[in-house]
Design a protein around this ligand. Structure first.
Ligand code: GTP
Length: 672
């Protein structure tokens, strides 16, 4: 997966004074916001003369801060920051960049590494980024530190694992007022699998509720990590930052100098740049790579000639060559991120490595939904927008879908719900599309009587009852960490969602871990919201897909005004079908606006109606209260009404609003 935050945005975020400070020759260059790529082309010329490499060391542009000065491999440190969401990873990364002079404080937009607008708004890191810093330790020895940022959401754990595999060490950031959370655990396990040196950092010690001693013990008990030297830090106030840098230098081992071996470089990120093709971020594990080399991406088999290699400081700065241990980028006019996927190994085409680096996985979408343009004329635009997003996001899948109720649209596959949300939001925001989205569904495996097996991600396409032998659905192992007061309500939640209890452990006196096996289909939707609301925000969760299991599932069809509305069809467990049918028809009755005629709403399994409601006729006359007079006021009211109708889809003669297509996700209270 590669979500599409890009260095385009990164460059745009630079203040023109930063541009000037990077290279004197850039003074007076066009604003990076208006011409994001002018910065890079300028850097190409300024750096060409300055880059010289020998015996596995890196040398680059001296921009006045020696940021890219030459250091031996023994003085390189590659590290990551792992943390639960909101424990302060991005704030700490910002402070590390500032205190090493990599980015000047005055140019620092808060959370520099989270550079995509959506990330900023949601306060979460979706996309990984990397930055090279120069740090001189207290003995006066200069070091090159490469920070590889990781996304902080369960949807992207594969990316986390790849960026960790590119490092030798990791800072484990734990909020000193909150303690260990589910995501902390999941990430620590990933780091341990990659044999990383882990440095515990207790963040937010400035908060009145911080209790570093308690959290120190908690980490030791739960993770078994020695925390006697854990660093006390307040990323916000800049406390403990130098100690962290010293500790990285002291504890994280340097990369091995394997420059003489055939090239193997691990891709931990890539994004599509419309002018230069895909830009690949990688760590050279063995060998070396330079401009002009023909490289092969071992998983995709594609070969390209390298047009540029460089380092991230954090803007891209071309260098002549990158050696084992170094982190950098390359551009090779690659057409799509699918050719250079995260986790793939880059090797030289003329001197191939025997084996690719371990750990590569294809991205498999887990959640699907239908996207339909409200205005049928926007179908071509939607296709183009999806194609453009896909250039940058190898995990996004889509194929055309036709629905009798909705017309032409696309069935799209995503890694998880966050991924789905982001893609939808980008389509609407960046491509100005007005979309109707159907409720998310998982992929069901249907065994048919004729012996065939059909994978079905669209409830309305589920084979007829008579043709099916059994249906399997994906299951996840879910671990919930919660204060003990909420154990009861979370167990209730898991049981309502057909969870099978696996184990419960008290990880400290007050906090428990609950493990369930749960159908993924029950988790898409509002599970996370429910978890947060039932635990007053204190519980956290982590899940991984374990496989498929047979379930007694049925397809529930919804008829509005006697017409089947296929995007409203849902696959539910047989025991829940009546409750869901009743709740869904009641909910739709509330959501669909009254019309001039009576509208029956029915829920059916096959031809059997299991619940029905009716919307009584009435015309909503927005002008009813507007006696006489002012035409402008009337126009305003009518315009408002028309705007409200924008996100509606006509199904036959009935206008169905967007909310109705998501009604299934908000039924919990109603379903018994
Ligand atoms: N009081 C205090 N607040 C902090 C500190 N560090 C971070 N914060 C705040 O905690 C919130 C979350 O910080 P982020 O840096 O965005 O957390 P994150 O771990 O990067 O979150 P994701 O990007 O979602 O993974 C922000 O409001 C920060 O201002 C700290 O040392 N003290």
């Amino acid at each position: 997966m590669a979500m599409s935050a890009s260095c385009t945005t990164l460059l745009c975020n630079f203040h023109s004074s930063t541009v000037a400070s990077l290279s004197p020759s850039l003074c007076g260059a066009e604003s990076s916001a208006s011409r994001p790529f002018s910065l890079n082309s300028c850097l190409t010329s300024s750096s060409a003369a300055a880059c010289e490499n020998n015996n596995g060391t890196a040398e680059g542009v001296d921009n006045g801060k020696d940021r890219l000065a030459k250091v031996p491999v023994a003085n390189i440190r590659n590290f990551s920051i792992i943390a639960h969401i909101d424990h302060g990873k991005s704030t700490l990364a910002d402070k590390l960049l500032q205190s090493t002079g990599t980015v000047l404080a005055r140019d620092m937009k808060e959370q520099f590494l989270d550079n995509m607008d959506l990330e900023r708004e949601r306060g979460i890191t979706i996309k990984l980024q990397a930055a090279r810093m120069r740090f001189v330790d207290k003995t006066g020895e200069p070091y090159c530190l490469n920070l590889i940022d990781t996304p902080g959401h369960v949807d992207f754990s594969y990316e986390v694992s790849r960026s960790l595999a590119a490092c030798e060490g990791a800072l484990l950031v734990v909020d000193a007022s909150q303690g260990v959370e589910a995501q902390t655990l999941a990430n620590v396990y990933l780091a341990l699998e990659s044999n990383l040196e882990i440095i515990p950092v207790l963040n937010k010690i400035d908060l009145p509720g911080a209790d570093p001693e308690r959290i120190r013990k908690e980490i030791e008990e739960i993770i078994g990590l020695d925390c006697s030297e854990a660093i006390l830090c307040s990323a916000k106030e800049g406390i403990g930052i130098v100690e962290i840098l010293e500790s990285i230098v002291k504890k994280v081992p340097p990369p091995k100098d394997t420059t003489k071996e055939p090239l193997r470089a691990l891709i931990f990120d890539s994004y599509y740049d419309q002018y230069r093709g895909v830009i690949v971020y990688f760590r050279v594990m063995d060998g070396k790579v330079k401009e002009g080399d023909v490289v092969q991406f071992m998983a995709s088999g594609k070969e390209y000639e390298v047009g540029e290699v460089g380092v991230l400081s954090p803007v891209q700065m071309p260098v002549k060559e990158l050696f084992a241990g170094e982190v950098g980028y390359l551009a090779a006019s690659i057409r799509s991120v699918a050719d250079a996927r995260v986790g793939d190994t880059i090797t030289l085409s003329r001197a191939k490595a025997e084996k690719a680096l371990p750990g590569y996985q294809e991205a498999t979408p887990m959640v699907f939904c239908g996207l339909f343009p409200v205005d049928a004329d926007q179908f071509a635009e939607l296709r183009e927008a999806l194609e453009r997003l896909q250039l940058n996001d190898a995990a996004l899948q889509f194929e055309p879908e036709t629905s009798s109720a909705m017309g032409f649209g696309f069935r799209c596959g995503f890694l998880g719900l966050l991924h789905m949300d982001i893609v939808q939001e980008r389509l609407e925001r960046e491509y100005n599309l007005n979309l109707i989205t159907t409720a998310p569904s998982v992929v069901y495996r249907v065994h048919c009587v004729d012996g065939s097996v059909v994978e079905c991600s669209n409830p309305s396409a589920l084979p007829e009852a008579g043709k099916r032998k059994e249906i399997e659905e994906p299951y996840v192992r879910i671990e919930l960490l919660t204060p003990k007061d909420y154990i009861g309500s979370l167990m209730e939640l898991a049981q309502e969602r057909r969870g099978e209890f696996k184990e419960m452990k008290f990880i400290t006196e007050n906090r428990a871990s609950l493990v369930y096996s749960l159908p993924l289909g029950e988790m898409v939707g509002d599970f996370f919201d429910q978890l947060k609301s039932r635990s007053k925000g204190y519980a956290s969760m982590e899940y991984s897909v374990t496989g498929y299991k047979e379930s007694k599932l049925v397809r529930l069809d919804i008829l509005i005004n006697e017409e089947i509305v296929d995007p409203l069809a849902v696959i539910v467990h047989r025991d829940k079908a009546y409750g869901v049918g009743r709740a869904l028809t009641q909910k739709l009755k509330k959501l669909i606006p009254r019309q001039l005629f009576k509208i029956p709403i029915q829920a059916c399994i096959g031809s059997k109606v299991i619940a029905s409601e009716a919307i009584t006729p009435m015309r909503k006359d927005v002008l009813a209260k507007c006696y006489g007079g002012d035409i402008t006021r009337k126009k305003k009211l009518l315009k408002k009404q028309a705007e409200g109708k924008k996100r509606m889809k006509s199904v036959g003669r009935v206008e169905v609003p967007q909310d109705a297509f998501m009604a299934i996700l908000r039924l919990e209270k109603e379903v018994v």
